[in-house]
Design a protein around this ligand. Structure first.
Ligand code: KIV
Ligand code: ZN
Length: 503
């Protein structure tokens, strides 16, 4: 059985999804979950691209144990040096450098010859090797590159010290039979290919990224680059959960597996959705809300008799359990902490006190508390921003033949200010009142509300995206009252915008 390495690029290529940018604290939270999931390599960012990415890579390198931590770097000296500076304290580190190799990119974008691209690639791999032993090289747009030239570049970067060569299908152009044949040909044509691991990095423009990655495994690829929920540039990247579960479920075909702890898949998916604000489509394989929902009578009948009739994956194997009553109003701190631990969260000190306080408040409003409710409480903590504004009180009037009205009380520093506004609905009235008290003019780009569990007393979770003066921020809020959740989400996003403005 071959072990295929999982190179997770949620924090780099995934972050290139429109609207998915994450701050340092959010990236560290995702990286810690990726470590629990058991990925082999975390591409934590692109050190040269921004001070935020640099800091995130450095912090992840210092705080996240287990996986190799990697930074992306163009084939330029300043990028490689920045990657090294960000990574140097990490116990296990990799520099991933890349240069386009297709004629389309070389001629129209970079305006350099094939010879020049080859020279830069060799030089930058050697420079990266002077800092670290673990260097990966990607010939960008490999699937539209002349095969002879591609093999020449691969052989040369291996000679220069690259221990992983990644074959990106940058524009998601390839199809499985062709991509598989390409990986096979690379193994046959490149002399010292056994000195490096061949990786694949497939984009999903034709919906083929998982199929292409699996075809590559059948033809000798030893590393798959992927993201949680398949987020990424344009139509996204190969989805981690799909490729991992395909390998696990069809080991008979692939004779290969990964080290992924699949029971962490659902939690990773939910966390990435919460942090990036990018929801998963209901019919998405493995992690979609309907992935294990059987609607037809014939299927339900079969399942009741024998699960394997219609179920190829056990939901528990990806960490999906039916809503479980865990705690209530009388549960103590010890029981709460134990349940948090079972869910994979080890909170201590102030952090634990804060979440426990919120849990107690929720238990007063809601009789039964489920695991999903606890995760919502935690994710409120993850989304935390400096409390420049906080909600003190909110009174709403709405209904048939009523003029939607919001009377709000907000704390800003040591002042408490109140305001009454009317709107097209209760959320509109609330948001107008908040904007008026805070004197902000942000544009609401996105508003999403969903119930965390079933039941009329369920927690409602609201995610908003705001933009002001060219800056964007996401806010989260959860409450049994969805208008209060909406107010909390809006204030959370405003606090992030304000904190960024001050920075
Ligand atoms: O899609 C791509 O080609 C990339 C490279 C930087 C590997 O993301
Ligand atoms: Zn990519």
């Amino acid at each position: 059985m071959r072990l295929i390495k999982i190179f997770d690029t949620t924090l780099r290529d995934g972050e290139q999804s429109p609207g998915a940018s994450m701050n340092v604290q959010e990236k560290v939270t995702v990286a810690k979950q990726l470590a629990r999931l058991g990925v082999d390599i975390i591409e934590a960012g692109f050190a040269f691209s921004s001070p935020g990415d640099f800091e995130a890579i450095k912090t992840i390198g210092n705080e996240v144990e287990g996986p190799v931590i990697c930074s992306l770097a163009r084939a330029r000296e300043e990028d490689i040096r920045a990657a090294w500076e960000a990574l140097k304290d990490a116990p296990k580190k990799r520099i991933h450098t890349f240069h386009s190799t297709s004629d389309i990119h070389l001629k129209y974008q970079f305006r350099v010859s094939r010879e020049e691209a080859l020279r830069r690639s060799i030089e930058m791999v050697s420079l990266a090797r002077s800092f670290v032993d673990d260097v990966e090289f990607s010939p960008m747009d490999a699937t539209r590159t002349d095969m002879g030239y591609l093999c020449e570049v691969i052989a040369a970067v291996i000679e220069a010290g690259a221990s992983t060569v990644n074959i990106p299908d940058t524009v998601g152009y390839s199809i499985p039979s062709e991509f598989g044949a390409m990986i096979k040909a690379i193994h046959e044509k490149v002399g010292k290919i056994d000195k490096a691991v061949i990786a694949v990095h497939c984009h999903n423009d034709l919906g083929l990224s998982t199929a292409n990655s699996l075809a590559a495994v059948l033809n000798g690829a030893g590393q798959i680059e992927c993201t949680v929920n398949g987020i990424g540039e344009r139509a996204g990247n190969c989805s981690m959960e799909e490729v991992v579960m395909a390998l696990r479920t069809r080991r008979d075909i692939f004779n290969a597996d990964t080290k992924i702890n699949t029971e962490e898949i659902m939690r990773s998916s939910r966390l990435v959705t919460k942090i990036t604000g990018i929801s998963v489509q209901p019919n998405k394989a493995i992690v979609g809300a309907n992935a294990f929902a059987h609607e037809s009578g014939i299927h339900q009948d079969g399942l009741l008799k024998e699960k394997s009739t219609y179920e190829i994956i056990r939901p528990e194997s990806i960490g999906l359990y039916s809503a479980k009553l865990v705690l209530g109003k009388h549960s103590g701190r010890h029981a709460f902490k134990t349940r948090l631990k079972e869910l994979g969260y080890s909170l201590e000190g102030d952090e634990l006190n804060e979440v426990f306080e919120r849990f107690k408040k929720l238990a007063d409003q809601k009789k039964e508390i489920f695991d999903e409710d606890i995760e919502a409480l935690i994710s409120e903590g993850v989304a935390k921003a400096p409390e420049i504004y906080s909600l003190v009180d909110l009174y709403i009037v709405s209904g048939v033949n009523q003029k939607p009205t919001a009377a709000i009380k907000l704390r800003a520093g040591d002042k408490v200010v109140d305001k009454l506004e009317y709107g097209d609905g209760p959320v509109d009235a609330t948001y107008k009142a908040i904007a008026s008290v805070t004197n902000t003019k942000s544009k609401l780009l996105k508003f999403e509300v969903k119930g965390i569990t079933g039941g009329t007393d369920a927690l409602g979770e609201v995610v908003v995206s705001l933009e002001e003066d060219g800056r964007a921020a996401r806010g989260h809020g959860a409450d049994t009252d969805i208008i209060v959740a909406a107010a909390k989400a809006y204030i959370n996003a405003l606090n992030k915008l304000e904190a960024r403005r001050k920075q």
